[in-house]
Ligand binder design. Structure first.
Ligand SMILES: [Zn+2]
Length: 183
């Protein structure tokens, strides 16, 4: 029996709040406004939901117009421009889990992807990121989180994907490695 339209899973969507966070990380307000115009969005409403395809279009535009390096620096700024709220965060593991929860809260529908975090011991973490965000953006985001919440421990963020093209459709995997001090 075919499902009725009421039970069909909607296509993936992203919260306007998330789009605003990405746009807020752009250094130039004018650039953010122009990118929105090119996407045909006159005003992003934090309480609205948008087709998740907006993210791919937005990141492609940013990469094409501002250069691929901007994706990393944009991600790096996210933890301080509204990515992860600082409340209830105790250390990097807590910040990573908050990031995963926040992703689940601001993306919905079939194919929305998810962020998974695993504590693998020795202070290290594994993270699988959503394919809707470019690898350099996620790399920057994780390095930004590690810098902000890593405390006195130093971490390196290792991108585990074979494929370096961020437009690849597979999920993105990272290992966040705690550096041991060599005496
Ligand atoms: Zn990747």
């Amino acid at each position: 029996m075919l499902p009725s339209s009421a039970t069909l899973v909607p296509d993936a969507e992203v919260s306007g709040r998330n789009i605003l966070s990405v746009l807020g990380g752009l250094v130039s307000r004018n650039v953010a406004t122009r990118l929105c115009e090119e996407l045909g969005i006159t005003e992003v409403d934090a309480e609205e939901w948008y087709s998740i395809s907006v993210l791919g279009l937005l990141f492609n535009l940013i990469s094409d117009e501002l250069g691929p390096d901007v994706l990393f620096s944009l991600g790096y700024r996210m933890p301080s421009v509204g990515g992860v709220p600082p409340t209830r965060i105790r250390g990097l593991g807590s910040a990573l889990r908050q990031f995963a929860r926040q992703y689940a809260d601001t993306h919905r529908g079939r194919g929305a992807g998810r962020v998974m975090v695993e504590d693998v011991g020795d202070g290290d973490f594994m993270m699988a990121g959503s394919k809707h965000y470019p690898c350099p953006f996620l790399q920057g985001y994780l390095e930004g989180l590690a810098r902000r919440w890593g405390g006195t421990g130093r971490y390196s963020v290792v991108h585990l994907d074979e494929e370096s093209d961020y437009r690849d459709s597979s999920d993105c995997n990272f290992r966040i490695v705690r550096q041991t001090r060599v005496i």
